[in-house]
Ligand binder design. Structure first.
Ligand code: ADP
Length: 216
């Protein structure tokens, strides 16, 4: 199965993609995580992406498309779930073109819909472990000891683009550049809409219900 998750920053794409990947045995490909790994490893791509990411702007299509199509090419036969890509109509068209060359299409696109205030609260309270990647929230998903990862006791950090000002910029860019993708996929008849204001476990159950119907 090949799945795309859409949604504003903070809508819960990363969290839900992890659930989906585990349940349907899919490769989880997060463009943001791949870029951040590139930065940590000081790759050429990581360096080129840094200033865009820190200001909340999108990284240029040509950099992202090549990077993601490369990763998709390494996915096992069972399929993948895409998180953060495509993010512009041009990226979606390039993805479709590349899949079509292998006789493939996207089977399902799920749009996680969450309100602006909800996503701002989720993102600005988000803290993560630089060592294992575990994600916490200062109010709703606290670690056992404040500021310390439960798994490896590393000090938790805030992503540099998770501050209020940058989040507002990311949301603006989402509305202008990524929201049009909803129409793009609606026209292809593979779009599913899901209310994502609720807690992660509730969203997960609704999501599984939709995807279970597709794999049956
Ligand atoms: P979020 O979805 O919460 O904004 P991500 O981790 O997916 O966070 O992305 C972080 C940043 O990485 C984005 O603000 C952008 O700069 C860059 N990025 C990730 N995916 C893409 C993409 N498909 N196209 C352009 N830029 C991207």
């Amino acid at each position: 199965m090949r799945v795309v998750l859409l949604g504003a920053p903070g809508a819960g794409k990363g969290t839900q993609c992890k659930y989906i990947a585990a349940r349907y045995d899919l490769l989880h490909l997060s463009s943001g995580d791949i870029l951040r790994r590139g930065r940590a490893e000081d790759t050429e791509l990581g360096k080129q992406a840094q200033s865009y990411m820190d200001s909340g702007a999108l990284v240029p299509d040509e950099l992202i498309v090549e990077m993601m199509i490369d990763e998709i090419g390494k996915a096992p036969k069972g399929g993948f779930v895409l998180d953060g890509f495509p993010r512009t109509v041009n990226q979606a068209a390039e993805l479709d073109k590349s899949l079509a060359e292998h006789g493939q299409t996207i089977d399902a696109v799920v749009n996680l819909k969450a309100g602006d205030e909800v996503v701002i609260k989720r993102i600005t309270g988000r803290r993560s472990c630089p060592k294992c990647g575990a994600v916490y929230h200062i109010e709703s998903l606290k670690p056992k000891v404040e500021g310390i990862c439960d798994h490896d006791r590393a000090g938790l950090v805030q992503r540099p683009d998770d501050t209020v000002d940058v989040v507002r910029n990311r949301l603006r860019n989402y509305c202008e550049q990524t929201a049009p993708l909803v129409d793009y996929y609606r026209q292809k008849n593979n779009l599913h809409q899901l209310d994502a204001d609720a807690d992660a476990e509730i969203v997960r159950e609704a999501l599984f219900e939709k995807l279970d119907a597709l794999v049956r």
